[in-house]
Write a protein that binds this ligand. Sequence first.
Ligand SMILES: NC(=O)c1ccc[n+]([C@@H]2O[C@H](COP(=O)([O-])OP(=O)(O)OC[C@H]3O[C@@H](n4cnc5c(N)ncnc54)[C@H](O)[C@@H]3O)[C@@H](O)[C@H]2O)c1
Length: 355
Amino acid sequence: MEPYGVPLANFPLKYRPDDIDIVVAYDVDESKVGKSAYDVAKSLMGDQFPVPQALKDIEVRRGIHLGSARGMPYSAKGLEESLGLEGAVGSLIDDWRSLGVDVVVNVMTTEKGEAFGSAAALRRALESGGAGLTASHAYAYALAEHSARRGGASFVNAIPTPLANDEGVVELFRSSGALVLGDDGATGATPLTADLLEHMAERNRKVEFVVQFNIGGNTDFLALTDPGRNMMKELTKSAMVEDILGYDAPHYIKPTGYLEPLGDRKFVAMHLSYVSFNNAVDDVYVLARINDSPALAGILVDLTRLAKIALERGIRGTAYEVNAFYMKRPGPAGSPAPSKILAFDALKKWLSASS
Ligand SMILES: NC(=O)c1ccc[n+]([C@@H]2O[C@H](COP(=O)([O-])OP(=O)(O)OC[C@H]3O[C@@H](n4cnc5c(N)ncnc54)[C@H](O)[C@@H]3O)[C@@H](O)[C@H]2O)c1
């Protein structure tokens, strides 16, 4: 296939897209665990998109659950139920050591989660299976341990749980010689809204309000009908408004609904109203149908390569220059969420300067 949707496909990076070797996948859905990634993909997509034969060799193994699929319409079971949490983390580390894993990518169902603030608090929660601990935290912790034992590994957090935005996680990663990129992959309408806001800011137009919502029919949209999970998306999607405009224009930016027949092609609507010269009020409307999963997959091709390249360049903790372009809420905590146009330019300069 042509690498459309892979932002750095034509930029000379050390690793090409086809250098990525997927070695294992994890899930907690009983209907997926034990199958090959090929069989799972085929059962979800049928003949809609080509599914690579190579995925027949990828086994979907049982992951850590910690309640992440609670309320979803399938039965879920985690490794921790048979091994305990410590045993489950140990089992992942063993897998990753024997498979020589460089990068772990987190694309599990959106979960409700908060920052721990310190590596010690995160460690305590893991040791006691404590409150606030999410599956993402457990996977990230396992990656940090894996990294400490083998001298480096990276974690790409494409979901909203704050990991690159958690000083505790970043501190843990730095001290383990690891790198975390995050949080929440910037795809679909959110980066487009960011760039439209930049356009308004550069012309000194006063944005009166921004409304942006989407409705989809995949399981992520079903999960997002839960208010706790939805709030996580609202937080990562809204981070940019004040950062780009310099003031907090009234906004409503979140996924609003689930409608099964829409499938993976979500419906997106946006309305942006602004004041122009001599108090003229203009409006921009955008309507779109966007294939949700391919949009994320394209940027994961870059993020996986950059996660390894940044680590090889000695970067530990997190890498803002990468996060600023690829993530809705770029870590570390407190960093601005700039427009994607400016962030892409800065990323290319950063890559050229540090190569
Ligand atoms: N365009 C996009 O698709 C996009 C963009 C940005 C972020 N994301 C994020 O990526 C994630 C995945 O989105 P999706 O549309 O592929 O969702 P999905 O529901 O199709 O897939 C999520 C998968 O994670 C599995 N899962 C749930 N809990 C798990 C756990 N504890 N361990 C391992 N697997 C687990 C589910 O069983 C399911 O197979 C979501 O968190 C979403 O917010 C998606």
